[in-house]
Design a protein around this ligand. Structure first.
Ligand code: ZN
Length: 240
Protein backbone atom coordinates (compact mmCIF):
# COMPACT_ATOMS: atom_id res chain seq x y z
CA UNK A 1 0.00 0.00 0.00
CA UNK A 2 1.03 3.57 -0.65
CA UNK A 3 -0.66 5.74 1.96
CA UNK A 4 -0.81 9.54 1.79
CA UNK A 5 -0.66 10.95 5.35
CA UNK A 6 -1.45 14.61 5.77
CA UNK A 7 -2.09 16.98 8.67
CA UNK A 8 -3.06 20.56 9.45
CA UNK A 9 -5.08 21.34 6.33
CA UNK A 10 -6.49 24.32 8.23
CA UNK A 11 -9.24 25.11 5.73
CA UNK A 12 -6.77 25.74 2.89
CA UNK A 13 -8.64 24.14 -0.01
CA UNK A 14 -6.08 25.09 -2.67
CA UNK A 15 -3.30 23.38 -0.71
CA UNK A 16 -5.44 20.30 0.03
CA UNK A 17 -6.45 19.84 -3.61
CA UNK A 18 -2.82 20.16 -4.73
CA UNK A 19 -1.77 17.52 -2.20
CA UNK A 20 -4.56 15.12 -3.19
CA UNK A 21 -3.66 15.53 -6.88
CA UNK A 22 -0.01 14.84 -6.14
CA UNK A 23 -0.89 11.81 -4.00
CA UNK A 24 -2.93 10.39 -6.89
CA UNK A 25 -0.07 11.03 -9.34
CA UNK A 26 2.29 9.29 -6.91
CA UNK A 27 0.12 6.17 -6.92
CA UNK A 28 -1.27 6.49 -3.39
CA UNK A 29 -4.17 4.09 -2.87
CA UNK A 30 -5.32 5.33 0.53
CA UNK A 31 -5.27 8.39 2.76
CA UNK A 32 -5.05 9.26 6.45
CA UNK A 33 -5.87 12.69 7.88
CA UNK A 34 -4.00 13.63 11.06
CA UNK A 35 -6.30 16.43 12.19
CA UNK A 36 -6.76 20.20 12.16
CA UNK A 37 -8.91 20.13 9.05
CA UNK A 38 -10.25 23.59 9.95
CA UNK A 39 -9.05 26.83 11.55
CA UNK A 40 -6.96 29.80 10.28
CA UNK A 41 -7.96 29.76 6.59
CA UNK A 42 -11.17 30.35 4.64
CA UNK A 43 -12.54 27.03 3.35
CA UNK A 44 -13.56 24.92 6.36
CA UNK A 45 -16.77 23.54 4.82
CA UNK A 46 -15.18 22.45 1.54
CA UNK A 47 -12.17 20.93 3.30
CA UNK A 48 -14.39 18.85 5.61
CA UNK A 49 -16.37 17.67 2.58
CA UNK A 50 -13.18 16.71 0.72
CA UNK A 51 -11.86 14.72 3.67
CA UNK A 52 -15.20 13.01 4.29
CA UNK A 53 -15.39 12.05 0.60
CA UNK A 54 -12.06 10.23 0.92
CA UNK A 55 -13.67 7.85 3.42
CA UNK A 56 -10.33 7.59 5.20
CA UNK A 57 -9.29 7.42 8.87
CA UNK A 58 -9.35 10.89 10.45
CA UNK A 59 -8.14 11.93 13.89
CA UNK A 60 -8.94 15.08 15.84
CA UNK A 61 -6.79 18.19 16.09
CA UNK A 62 -7.16 20.99 18.63
CA UNK A 63 -8.73 23.32 16.03
CA UNK A 64 -11.23 20.58 15.14
CA UNK A 65 -12.09 20.21 18.82
CA UNK A 66 -12.50 23.97 19.34
CA UNK A 67 -14.53 24.41 16.14
CA UNK A 68 -16.77 21.47 16.97
CA UNK A 69 -17.48 22.64 20.52
CA UNK A 70 -18.22 25.89 22.35
CA UNK A 71 -14.99 25.72 24.34
CA UNK A 72 -13.42 28.84 25.79
CA UNK A 73 -10.81 30.36 23.47
CA UNK A 74 -9.13 32.49 26.14
CA UNK A 75 -5.88 30.51 26.03
CA UNK A 76 -5.58 30.77 22.25
CA UNK A 77 -3.72 33.58 20.44
CA UNK A 78 -6.09 36.21 19.09
CA UNK A 79 -5.70 35.41 15.37
CA UNK A 80 -6.35 31.72 15.94
CA UNK A 81 -9.33 32.46 18.21
CA UNK A 82 -10.86 34.87 15.70
CA UNK A 83 -10.60 32.21 13.00
CA UNK A 84 -12.22 29.59 15.28
CA UNK A 85 -15.16 31.92 16.03
CA UNK A 86 -15.60 32.54 12.30
CA UNK A 87 -15.29 28.81 11.54
CA UNK A 88 -17.99 27.92 14.08
CA UNK A 89 -20.39 30.18 12.17
CA UNK A 90 -19.58 28.58 8.79
CA UNK A 91 -20.07 24.95 9.80
CA UNK A 92 -23.38 23.08 9.91
CA UNK A 93 -24.42 21.47 13.22
CA UNK A 94 -23.70 18.07 11.61
CA UNK A 95 -20.19 19.12 10.65
CA UNK A 96 -19.50 20.43 14.14
CA UNK A 97 -20.72 17.18 15.68
CA UNK A 98 -18.59 15.17 13.24
CA UNK A 99 -15.49 17.14 14.26
CA UNK A 100 -16.29 16.81 17.96
CA UNK A 101 -16.62 13.03 17.70
CA UNK A 102 -13.31 12.36 15.95
CA UNK A 103 -10.93 10.14 17.88
CA UNK A 104 -7.64 11.39 19.31
CA UNK A 105 -5.48 8.34 18.58
CA UNK A 106 -5.87 5.44 16.18
CA UNK A 107 -3.87 2.38 15.34
CA UNK A 108 -4.06 1.55 11.64
CA UNK A 109 -2.51 -1.71 10.44
CA UNK A 110 0.79 -1.78 12.35
CA UNK A 111 1.25 1.95 12.92
CA UNK A 112 -0.30 4.70 15.07
CA UNK A 113 -1.56 8.19 14.29
CA UNK A 114 -2.08 11.10 16.70
CA UNK A 115 -2.34 14.86 16.20
CA UNK A 116 -0.08 16.06 19.03
CA UNK A 117 1.61 13.38 21.13
CA UNK A 118 0.79 9.94 22.56
CA UNK A 119 1.74 10.66 26.18
CA UNK A 120 -0.97 13.31 26.67
CA UNK A 121 -3.07 13.62 23.50
CA UNK A 122 -5.64 15.90 25.15
CA UNK A 123 -3.03 18.40 26.35
CA UNK A 124 -2.02 19.31 22.79
CA UNK A 125 1.67 19.55 23.68
CA UNK A 126 4.16 20.35 20.92
CA UNK A 127 6.92 17.84 20.16
CA UNK A 128 9.80 20.01 18.98
CA UNK A 129 12.88 18.31 20.45
CA UNK A 130 14.16 14.91 21.49
CA UNK A 131 13.07 15.34 25.11
CA UNK A 132 9.46 15.86 24.00
CA UNK A 133 9.90 12.88 21.69
CA UNK A 134 11.13 10.69 24.58
CA UNK A 135 7.86 11.26 26.43
CA UNK A 136 5.95 10.18 23.34
CA UNK A 137 8.10 7.10 22.70
CA UNK A 138 7.41 5.78 26.20
CA UNK A 139 3.74 5.45 25.11
CA UNK A 140 4.39 4.31 21.54
CA UNK A 141 3.86 0.55 21.11
CA UNK A 142 4.09 0.45 17.30
CA UNK A 143 7.30 0.88 15.33
CA UNK A 144 5.93 3.89 13.46
CA UNK A 145 3.73 6.76 14.63
CA UNK A 146 2.77 9.77 12.51
CA UNK A 147 1.80 13.12 14.01
CA UNK A 148 1.24 16.79 13.15
CA UNK A 149 0.39 19.88 15.23
CA UNK A 150 3.75 21.74 15.03
CA UNK A 151 3.44 22.31 11.27
CA UNK A 152 7.12 21.36 10.86
CA UNK A 153 8.20 18.13 9.12
CA UNK A 154 10.41 16.14 11.52
CA UNK A 155 11.63 12.60 12.18
CA UNK A 156 12.55 11.39 15.66
CA UNK A 157 14.14 7.95 15.98
CA UNK A 158 14.43 5.70 19.03
CA UNK A 159 16.99 2.90 18.73
CA UNK A 160 19.54 2.69 21.51
CA UNK A 161 18.93 6.43 22.09
CA UNK A 162 16.46 9.08 20.96
CA UNK A 163 17.71 11.36 18.19
CA UNK A 164 16.47 13.38 15.23
CA UNK A 165 17.25 12.69 11.57
CA UNK A 166 16.52 14.98 8.59
CA UNK A 167 12.91 14.91 7.33
CA UNK A 168 13.83 13.33 4.02
CA UNK A 169 13.18 9.91 2.56
CA UNK A 170 13.68 7.26 5.24
CA UNK A 171 13.66 3.47 5.39
CA UNK A 172 11.90 1.89 8.39
CA UNK A 173 14.39 -0.43 10.13
CA UNK A 174 13.46 -3.31 12.43
CA UNK A 175 13.86 -2.89 16.21
CA UNK A 176 13.56 0.88 15.81
CA UNK A 177 10.76 3.31 16.57
CA UNK A 178 9.91 6.39 14.49
CA UNK A 179 7.84 9.44 15.43
CA UNK A 180 7.24 11.24 12.15
CA UNK A 181 5.71 14.69 11.66
CA UNK A 182 4.25 15.02 8.17
CA UNK A 183 4.43 18.84 8.24
CA UNK A 184 1.37 20.93 7.40
CA UNK A 185 -0.76 21.01 4.26
CA UNK A 186 -2.39 24.39 4.82
CA UNK A 187 -0.01 26.47 6.94
CA UNK A 188 3.63 25.25 6.92
CA UNK A 189 5.90 26.85 9.55
CA UNK A 190 9.37 25.75 8.50
CA UNK A 191 10.03 28.70 6.18
CA UNK A 192 8.85 26.82 3.07
CA UNK A 193 5.39 27.93 1.88
CA UNK A 194 4.69 24.74 -0.10
CA UNK A 195 2.20 22.18 1.26
CA UNK A 196 3.83 19.26 3.09
CA UNK A 197 2.73 15.62 3.41
CA UNK A 198 4.16 12.09 3.57
CA UNK A 199 3.80 8.91 1.57
CA UNK A 200 4.21 5.69 3.56
CA UNK A 201 4.90 2.67 1.34
CA UNK A 202 4.00 -0.20 3.65
CA UNK A 203 5.47 -2.88 1.34
CA UNK A 204 8.83 -1.18 0.80
CA UNK A 205 8.87 0.21 4.36
CA UNK A 206 9.74 3.69 3.16
CA UNK A 207 8.47 7.16 4.08
CA UNK A 208 8.84 10.00 1.58
CA UNK A 209 8.27 13.67 2.36
CA UNK A 210 6.65 15.69 -0.42
CA UNK A 211 6.44 19.50 -0.87
CA UNK A 212 3.78 20.73 -3.26
CA UNK A 213 3.22 24.16 -4.80
CA UNK A 214 -0.36 25.39 -4.80
CA UNK A 215 -2.40 28.48 -5.76
CA UNK A 216 -1.45 30.54 -2.71
CA UNK A 217 -2.82 33.82 -4.16
CA UNK A 218 -6.33 32.39 -4.29
CA UNK A 219 -6.08 31.04 -0.74
CA UNK A 220 -4.87 34.46 0.48
CA UNK A 221 -7.60 36.35 -1.39
CA UNK A 222 -10.27 34.16 0.21
CA UNK A 223 -8.89 34.90 3.70
CA UNK A 224 -9.09 38.67 3.06
CA UNK A 225 -12.55 38.40 1.46
CA UNK A 226 -13.82 36.44 4.48
CA UNK A 227 -12.72 39.23 6.82
CA UNK A 228 -10.24 37.01 8.64
CA UNK A 229 -7.05 38.64 10.03
CA UNK A 230 -4.72 39.75 7.20
CA UNK A 231 -1.79 38.24 9.07
CA UNK A 232 -3.22 34.80 8.34
CA UNK A 233 -2.86 35.49 4.60
CA UNK A 234 0.64 36.98 4.97
CA UNK A 235 2.01 34.06 6.97
CA UNK A 236 1.11 31.56 4.23
CA UNK A 237 3.64 33.18 1.91
CA UNK A 238 6.30 33.27 4.63
CA UNK A 239 5.80 29.65 5.64
CA UNK A 240 5.58 30.83 9.29
ZN1 ZN B 1 -2.51 22.92 13.32
Amino acid sequence: MRIALFSDIHANLEALDAVLADAAAQGCDSHICLGDIVGYNADPVACIERVQALGCPVIKGNHDQDSGSDSSLEMMNSNAAEAIRWTREQLSPEQRTWLARLRLVRQIQDFTVVHSTLDQPTSWNYVTNKFDAMANFSYQVTSVCFYGHTHVPRVFVSDNRVHEVPAESIVIEAETKYFINTGAVGQPRDGDWRASYCIYDTDRKTVHFRRIEYDIQTAQAKIIAAGLPEFLAERLAQGR
